[in-house]
Design a protein around this ligand. Structure first.
Ligand code: HEM
Length: 341
């Protein structure tokens, strides 16, 4: 998708950095604070601004409801209802999608009729592309609820894991803080050159995503009979790919269970080998938002470590619950921030 490509993200780093800075600004110091809602609110605003610019405030409340609808839908239930049964969770999701679409439609029409399409992701979708030509209004309205939630749902889960690692590895956090000291005081002045200079911070984000990929299980349906390694996969079979176990395979990652961001800095681990890092998937359906996600998470990590030391509550075994059903997450994670001198 054009608006999510690395060059498009690089052109908007100042805007992204201003949004991620709000996460650290809003963190109340000196008390245990639940992190995931805080991260989600900050990243929701960043994601919505990135997609819709000045129309973001109108759509923001609907985006929060879309997120809630997904949370309710993926909660484990005792009954496996067939897909066609309109369970309360499915009806709730449909209502939220309709509400979001009804709020978005006048924005799409206004932009089209005024000719002021905008330079954001919606603006790019309103322009004809060489591959798809001019998209129909319904195609745009169908695609955007999913893209909207994608901009903040998985990134906020990743942010939870990253904050936990900053708390558990103070030396690594100190190294991130030292790098972040070079960022401009005004986040809006941050550029892609600043982002590129945060090499250790990027390595830390990548290492956390290797150990705790929020999308820990991917599925594919074989469209024809296929040989894969020593296996024959029949047409119609579902193949499960587990980035969590693949990324802890000692044949590809030395000391696979150890948190060692440096592995992404030195050449020895050949991190560029295809398939070695699957947290953003791979192939034609790999994550379209990987560049945006890496920019948001790297900036949020650097800005937070620059301001604070993080610590877990005194009984760390109670600081979070591991959940897997809506993505690998640190549900209920509470951390404490104290100002870094
Ligand atoms: C840490 C953050 C993120 C992670 C770990 C992540 C992970 C993934 C993964 C693993 C897939 C592939 C799923 C599969 O193969 O079945 C995927 C797909 C996708 N992601 Fe992300 N994602 C993240 C952030 C984002 C963001 C910020 C966006 C922005 C809109 C986004 C948009 C998408 C889209 C549109 C797809 C579908 C691609 C397709 O099917 O062609 N993601 N993501």
């Amino acid at each position: 998708m054009r608006g999510l490509r690395p060059q498009a993200v690089a052109a908007r780093i100042g805007e992204i950095a201003s949004g991620t800075a709000r996460f650290a600004d809003q963190w109340p110091t000196g008390q245990d604070v639940e992190i995931l809602p805080l991260a989600r609110r900050a990243l929701e605003e960043v994601g919505m601004r990135y997609l819709f610019s000045e129309d973001a405030p109108t759509l923001l409340p609907f985006a929060s409801q879309l997120f809630l609808a997904r949370e309710v839908l993926v909660r484990p239930s005792r009954w496996a209802w067939p897909r066609w049964v309109p369970t309360p969770a499915r009806r709730f999701r449909t209502r939220q999608q309709v509400a979001f679409t009804n709020a978005l439609r006048p924005i799409v029409r206004r932009r089209r009729s005024s000719g002021r399409l905008g330079d954001d992701v919606l603006g790019q979708m309103l322009r004809p592309s060489s591959r798809y030509g001019l998209l129909r209004e319904e195609a745009i309205l169908d695609a955007l609820p999913g893209i909207t939630v994608a901009t903040f749902e998985t990134p906020s889960r990743a942010a939870g894991w990253i904050m936990l690692h900053l708390a558990r590895y103070p030396q690594a956090a100190g190294r991130v803080a030292a790098e972040a000291a070079l960022l401009p005081a005004d986040p809006a002045a941050t550029t892609s050159t600043h982002l590129d200079s945060l090499r250790y911070t990027q390595a830390l984000v990548r290492e956390v995503l290797r150990l705790h990929p929020p999308s820990w299980l991917l599925t594919r349906r074989a469209t024809r009979r296929t040989r894969l390694a020593d296996y024959t996969i029949e047409a119609g079979s579902t193949v499960l790919v587990c980035p969590y176990t693949a990324q802890r395979d000692a044949r590809e990652h030395s000391e696979p269970d150890r948190f060692r961001p440096e592995r992404w800095l030195d050449d020895s681990g050949s991190p560029a080998k295809p398939g070695i890092f699957l947290s953003f998937g791979t192939g034609p359906h790999g994550c379209e938002g990987a560049a945006l996600a890496m920019a948001m998470l790297t900036l949020l990590t650097a800005q937070t470590a620059r301001c604070y030391h993080l610590s877990e509550p005194l009984e760390p075994e109670r600081s979070y619950r591991l959940t897997t059903f809506g993505g690998l997450a640190t549900a209920g994670l509470r951390l404490r921030a104290t100002l870094r001198s």
